[in-house]
Design a protein around this ligand. Structure first.
Ligand code: IPD
Ligand code: CA
Ligand code: CA
Ligand code: CA
Length: 263
């Protein structure tokens, strides 16, 4: 697959930040860690990866704005393009020596997500997609799973932290979904959940309480693999609502019915 200049810029940035994360993962016990809130860790690895991503992307596309988890909003001179960055999605896994984590970078143009890259430097999985051009894992074209019966499906999810808004509703959803599917998986990285739904390892994914950087890159990758991605009410506004439902068209419809039934 010949990559466009834009995807090359994104890939170079995540590969460089990924080398740093892989080094830090090898010495995780020496990392400086602090808490942003209950159960919400941030480490020197998150910060270093974010600095590398911002420096590389800015060098290649001066003027673009940023929304990044650790440094927030940086307005650029270009009010059309915005990078949405999660330098380390799955920090809790990372700090426990669990290799399910990823860097996620999405590009928004005039309010629409147009490109996404997700990189896991330990599994050596690089997911890329540009709107209209398909989604790829290490150059292999991705396609959503085609199972059509919920009873055969493995569905990924993420549990909102205790006392966060949406937790009681989520627990009702979970108890409804568990009874209808082959399995529910909580892997601890929203970016990897979307990437694995794009690659067919999961038949679907739903979650509440997300931030834009958790899902921005993954939305493009999933859609380009044929995944239907919406908020949990079936609407388009995933980044703002913070809720997501992703699956092939049939399973997406069945999941909306199930989530509705749990309320
Ligand atoms: C978290 C992960 C996790 C999800 C949390 C996110 P972080 O991101 O995506 O899977 O359940 O809601 O905050 O903090 O590790 O980047
Ligand atoms: Ca975090
Ligand atoms: Ca995240
Ligand atoms: Ca993060």
């Amino acid at each position: 697959m010949a990559r466009t200049a834009l995807l090359n810029v994104m890939v170079n940035a995540v590969l460089k930040a990924g080398r740093g994360l892989a080094r830090d993962f090898g010495e995780v016990e020496n990392l400086q860690v602090s808490l942003k809130g209950p159960g919400d860790f941030v480490s020197a690895a998150d910060r270093r990866a974010e600095e590398t991503l911002i420096a590389e992307l800015r060098k290649a596309r001066p003027g673009y704005s940023f929304l990044a988890e650790e440094s927030g909003v940086t307005e650029g001179s270009d009010n059309v393009h915005r990078w949405i960055i999660d330098p380390l999605d799955g920090t809790t896994n990372f700090l426990h020596g669990n290799p399910i984590f990823a860097i996620s970078v999405g590009l928004e143009r005039e309010g629409t997500m147009v490109a996404g890259v997700i990189y896991n430097p330990i599994l050596n999985e690089l997911y890329v997609a540009e709107r209209g051009s398909g989604a790829f894992l290490n150059d292999r074209r991705l396609r959503v799973a085609n199972r059509s019966h919920l009873a055969d499906c493995v569905i990924a999810s993420g549990i909102p932290q205790l006392n966060r808004p949406g937790q009681p509703e989520y627990l009702k959803e979970l108890s409804t979904v568990i009874g209808q599917v082959a399995g529910v998986r909580c892997n601890g990285s929203a970016a990897m959940d979307l990437a694995w739904t794009a690659s067919g390892r999961f038949d679907g994914y739903w979650q509440r309480g997300l931030s834009p950087w958790d899902v921005a890159g993954g939305i493009v990758i999933a859609r380009e693999a044929g995944v239907m991605v919406s908020d949990q009410a079936g609407g388009e506004n995933v980044l703002e609502s913070g809720s997501i439902l992703a699956a092939n068209e049939t399973i997406h419809r069945r999941m909306i019915e199930l989530l509705d039934a749990s309320r």
